[in-house]
Design a protein around this ligand. Structure first.
Ligand SMILES: NC(=O)C1=CN([C@@H]2O[C@H](COP(=O)(O)OP(=O)(O)OC[C@H]3O[C@@H](n4cnc5c(N)ncnc54)[C@H](O)[C@@H]3O)[C@@H](O)[C@H]2O)C=CC1
Ligand SMILES: O=C(O)[C@H]1O[C@H](OP(=O)(O)OP(=O)(O)OC[C@H]2O[C@@H](n3ccc(=O)[nH]c3=O)[C@H](O)[C@@H]2O)[C@H](O)[C@@H](O)[C@@H]1O
Length: 426
């Protein structure tokens, strides 16, 4: 199948490489000339394990091309997959500018039948609206199909997730269109859920909202455990043994960040409110997440007495390990709060680059702790699991270690003469 993928971000680039690897002829188009220049040069603009190899091998095989020419991307491909960004607006609703632009371009340049697949996460009703706009702009309703095919990959494991999805969701108006999208993924073993356009859009939002709810749930329980002196890791283990609860997405800590959970939850809240439905659970989930960093800040403040003038080192800036993505990172949220309280911040992240004038970034994890009053672990990169604690202790001025991800063994840290602190950790 000849596929034009619009957008070379996390989703567009990964999906392009995976579809090419499955044997399709893919052109990945992005209007960001810098990104396409890098890709044409064999460089990958994002940090994502296994993606470089997949892109390079499929480019060499001639199955994967890159271009900045959106018009050719539309004209030359019967299947167009939209993977542009859908960022949040200040009021929490979704900014559909990129989607609108591409739909207008499709309307202007579709001269043969097009199957338009929306991979971007869009609010309920958006794909119906796309159909309406294309018709209003003069396309014959028989000359195109719109299919909602949301993406469920996680950053850091994007390639693996794309080859091994838990499900493939296809929302379509016509059976033929649904079958065409099924055929794109025929080499992938996964249950296929077929529904209508809005059903597919809502499966995506409900999935992210549910996962975010699990995280805020365990963080709320951690706050309660903290008050009673119980260890959240024990509670987590106790919960996970019940298969009805499951073991995933119950890691308590600083809360969720990234480009999707915060934005998609807000978008769903906004969509529900527009229809007059009060999403009280979702609002609580968001509130817990937005105040979670304050709990860790209070721990630091109570130990250091005053945060003003303190040297604080933060290990980890990315919103989670395995990515260089800083979007809505809870680590950055905590750093900003510390700066507001007058602390001087030193940051080390193995991959993510936090370029801010008010923060000192370090290239070496041990350099970053020199003369620090406290060390904060904010993103659970593997290399923070068992650092040379002796060296850390000697280099630091103070002795406080705050584990915002419940990542290291408190006993080990204490055995080196450091003070271990967390929320609901004993
Ligand atoms: N990042 C993730 O892990 C996941 C993201 N999603 C959803 O997928 C969508 C894309 O997300 P990301 O890949 O993270 O976004 P991104 O912002 O990293 O990439 C989007 C790309 O689209 C390009 N673009 C925008 N308009 C264009 C146009 N008219 N022509 C050509 N290129 C254009 C931009 O230059 C950018 O490179 C969003 O709706 C997101 O919610 C869904 C699942 C996972
Ligand atoms: O729609 C999306 O963009 C994607 O959003 C998430 O993927 P992602 O944001 O890449 O990362 P996750 O692994 O889900 O982590 C999100 C945040 O939750 C936090 N988290 C995760 C799990 C957990 O138990 N506790 C916890 O605090 C992580 O630290 C991170 O900040 C979903 O997991 C994907 O299925 C979805 O496709």
């Amino acid at each position: 199948m000849k596929i034009g993928v619009i957008g070379a971000g996390y989703v567009g680039l990964t999906t392009s490489a995976v579809l090419a690897d499955l044997g399709h002829q893919v052109t990945c188009v992005d209007f960001n000339e810098g990104k396409i220049a890098m890709l044409l040069n064999g460089e990958i603009p994002i940090y994502e394990e296994g993606l470089a190899e997949l892109v390079v091998s499929n480019t060499k095989a001639g199955r994967l091309l890159f271009s900045t020419d959106t018009v050719s991307g539309i004209e030359n491909h019967p299947v167009i997959l939209i993977a542009v960004g859908t960022p949040p607006l200040a009021n929490g609703s979704t900014d559909l500018t990129f989607i609108k632009n591409i739909v207008e371009r499709i309307a202007a340049h579709a001269h043969s039948h097009k199957t338009i697949i929306t991979k971007s996460t869009v609010p309920p009703g958006t794909n119906e609206w796309i159909c309406q706009v294309l018709t209003e702009k003069g396309l014959d309703p028989g000359s195109f199909d719109v299919v909602s095919n949301p993406e469920f990959l996680k950053e850091g494991t994007a390639v693996h997730d794309s080859f091994h999805p838990h499900r493939i969701v296809i929302g379509a108006k016509r059976r033929e269109a649904s079958l065409l999208v099924r055929s794109l993924y025929q080499k992938i073993k996964a249950p296929v859920i077929e529904t209508n356009l809005t059903g597919a859009e809502l499966i995506k939002y409900a999935s992210n909202a549910f996962l975010a709810t699990k995280i805020s749930f365990i963080n709320e329980i951690a706050r309660i455990c903290d008050a009673f002196g119980a260890d959240i890791k024990d509670i987590q283990r106790g919960l996970s043994e019940d298969p009805r609860i499951g073991k995933y997405f119950l890691q308590a800590g600083l809360g969720y960040g990234g480009s999707c959970f915060p934005k998609d939850l807000s978008s769903l809240v906004s969509a529900a409110s527009e229809k007059g439905r009060e999403p009280s659970l979702l609002l609580a989930v968001r509130n817990i997440n937005e105040t979670q960093a304050d709990f860790y800040l209070e721990k630091l403040e109570s130990s250091l007495k005053d945060l003003k003038g303190k040297q604080i080192t933060v290990w980890g800036a990315a919103f989670k390990p395995g990515t260089d993505d800083l979007r809505s990172s809870q680590s950055v949220r905590l750093i900003e709060k510390l700066i507001d309280h007058g602390s001087s911040i030193h940051v080390y992240d193995p991959v993510a680059k936090l370029n801010r004038a008010d923060v000192t970034s370090h290239k070496d994890m041990y350099d970053s702790v020199k003369n620090s009053d406290a060390l904060v672990l904010a993103t659970e990169w593997d290399e923070f699991r068992s650092p040379d604690w002796n060296r850390v202790k000697k280099l630091m001025r103070g002795t406080l270690f705050l584990d915002c991800r419940n990542f290291v063994d408190p006993g080990i840290v204490r055995s080196y003469g450091l003070i271990y602190q967390g929320v609901a950790r004993q």
